[in-house]
Every structure is written in C-alpha cells, then in structure tokens.
Ligand binder design. Structure first.
Ligand code: DGY
Length: 323
C-alpha cells in the first residue's frame, strides 16, 4: 500500500465489520445511506477516490469513469457485475471485483422458496386468510402443484445452480440442466441430466434461470422459449431481469401458455407500479432479495472490502473479474 492511506468512497451503508476493516486500511468517505446516489453525487465523491465499493444497482459507465481520474479498484458487493462496463474499466486500468461463493446457499434458498411459494400459492393463500375471505375448508380451495417428484430445469449450472439442485434432490425432483459447458461433477454427484435448452423447456415442470447477465444471455428466454414450455409449468428467475424478454413472459402468462412465475428480478428495478405482472395472482414477486440475509450481506461486504484493500495494496484481488 502507498505510504499515505488510499482514499476510498463507499456511497452506501455497509455492515459494521466491513466498514471497520476498510477504516483500518484506508481513508474512507462513507455515506451511511440506503438510497442509491445520483450520478452527480457519485461523480462528486469520486474526484480523488482510488477505490469505490458499491452495490450492483449502481451502474458504472464511461460517463462516470471520466470523472474519476485516480480510481484504481471498483469493488462490487455482489456476485453479478453487469452494472460495470468491464471493457471501459480495463481500458482505464481499473480493477473490478465481485463476491462469489459467499451468497450461493442464501440465493439458492430464495430460489427454492419462491418456487415453492408459486407451486403452493403461498402469497395468494396468505392474502386470502388475512383479508378475511376464509369461510371454511373446501375441497378445491387453493389447489397447487406438486414440487416433490416433479421435473426441475436449471438454466445455468454455476455455483447457485448446483446449490438449487442439491435442494431439489431432497424433494426427489428429476433435475435437468442446460449450461454453456457440461458439468460432469454435478452429473455424477447430484444426478443432474444435461439436455439442450429446448428439451429442458419442453420437459420441465419448473424452469429456473440462474445465468449471469451478459451479451449472450440477454433475453435468453423469449417468445419462442415460452412457447416450448409446458402449459402447467412455472417459470422462476433469480438471475437478472434482462435475461428474459419480460413482454414475452407477460404474454405467455396472459394467454395461459404457462401456469405461473416466481420473480426476484425484473427488467426495470424497481418494477413499474403498473407492470401487468403485479396484477397476476399466479405470479410471486419479491424485490431482488436473493442474497438478503444479515449473515450473507455481512460476508459479501467483508469479501468486497478485502478485495478493495488488496487491489489498492498492489496485490491481485482474489475476485478480480478483469484480469
Ligand atoms: C448479486 O450478488 O448479484 C445479487 O443479485 C445482489 O445484487
């Protein structure tokens, strides 16, 4: 590390321990705020910052970077880094880092919980009871769809995909997966079966998208893919909203070509109040909370802080994303 402590800008609230670690090693301009900063506020904070630690909702493009002449490291407190213009970072000699691993199980928990919520109509049932509509047991009240023994299709068999598969195994599900490359270890260890994307869509009762967002995965699931799915299938997205053509999803649901959806992510976040998805009883929505537990958010922030300090100390951060 340089003799004087490097200046870092942390524009949003982070857990205590990560902040303390940063303060031990750096001069920290810390804003204890939940709200996202405007670009103008971000630029003001970046005037003399060498390091920046942000959440993935903060987009960093050339228009920001050109006002950050001293910036050396951007540490994303997220595994996804589609908010960073990596080519631009690399061109300017800025390191980018992310936080893989520590949020895997927590995000898989969320994926599985919204899958189950959609299958067993939990949100609808909760509203039904609390709004006083429950007048007695009825044979066909809120009938859902079995999870155990059904077929799960996982699109994107990375760390989180495998963690979802482990949960699905406990429910005796048949697990199909589609990935850019085959995963022999997962096939041997978890009994997951590799298929083409089309076969996965045609055979699955539940389809879960877990691919990182990039040029090749933008709108990976669209009109054609929804047409291939079973009419009683449920679609789950816990990756990024833009991996799916949201208008095509809305049409598939409106026309009854699929049975329901469970969504943690949307094309535009926060989602527009008049988005038709919010009016559909067969769609479970949660506000991008895949990694949102106290323990995991602390681990993510600590990992991000270590990456930032490592990069500023002249080391190669463990989670460098633009080597
Ligand atoms: C991630 O880590 O990518 C989560 O989606 C939080 O942004």
């Amino acid at each position: 590390m340089s003799r004087s402590r490097p200046k870092v800008f942390v524009p949003n609230q982070i857990p205590e321990q990560a902040l303390r670690y940063l303060q031990e090693h750096c001069e920290v301009d810390y804003r204890d705020a939940e709200e996202k900063l405007s670009d103008a506020e971000l630029i003001a904070g970046l005037q003399d910052a060498e390091g920046l630690m942000i959440y993935s909702r903060q987009k960093i493009e050339a228009s920001i970077l050109e006002h950050a002449p001293r910036l050396k490291v951007i540490s994303n407190i997220a595994v996804g880094y589609d908010n960073l213009d990596l080519a631009e970072l690399t061109k300017r000699g800025i390191m980018g880092t992310n936080t893989p691993g520590v949020l895997t199980e927590t995000t898989a928990d969320l994926a599985f919980s919204i899958l189950m919520a959609a299958a067993r109509r939990i949100a609808e049932a909760d509203h039904f009871v609390k709004s006083g509509q429950w007048e007695g047991w009825k044979p066909s009240l809120l009938l859902g769809k079995n999870v155990y023994g059904s077929t799960l299709g996982i699109i994107g068999m990375g760390r989180i995909g495998e963690a979802v598969a482990r949960r699905a195994k406990g429910f005796d599900m048949n697990i199909l997966y589609y990935n850019r490359s085959r995963k022999p270890d997962a096939e041997a260890g978890l009994g997951v079966i590799y298929t083409s994307m089309d076969e996965l869509l045609q055979k699955s009762d539940y389809v879960v998208v877990l691919v990182p967002l990039g040029p090749s995965s933008t709108r990976l699931i669209g009109e054609r893919e929804f047409h291939l799915m079973k009419r009683d299938a449920i679609f789950i997205n816990v990756s990024r909203g833009a991996t799916v053509d949201e208008q095509a999803l809305i049409r598939a649901l409106q026309e009854g070509r699929i049975a329901g959806a469970a969504l943690d992510v949307f094309e535009k976040e926060p989602v527009d109040k008049n988005n038709p998805l919010l009016q559909m009883r067969n769609v479970v929505t949660v506000p991008h909370i895949g990694s949102a537990t106290l323990e995991t958010r602390s681990k993510m922030a600590e990992k991000a802080a270590r990456n930032l300090v490592a990069g500023l100390s002249g080391q190669i951060p463990v989670d460098l994303i633009n080597p």
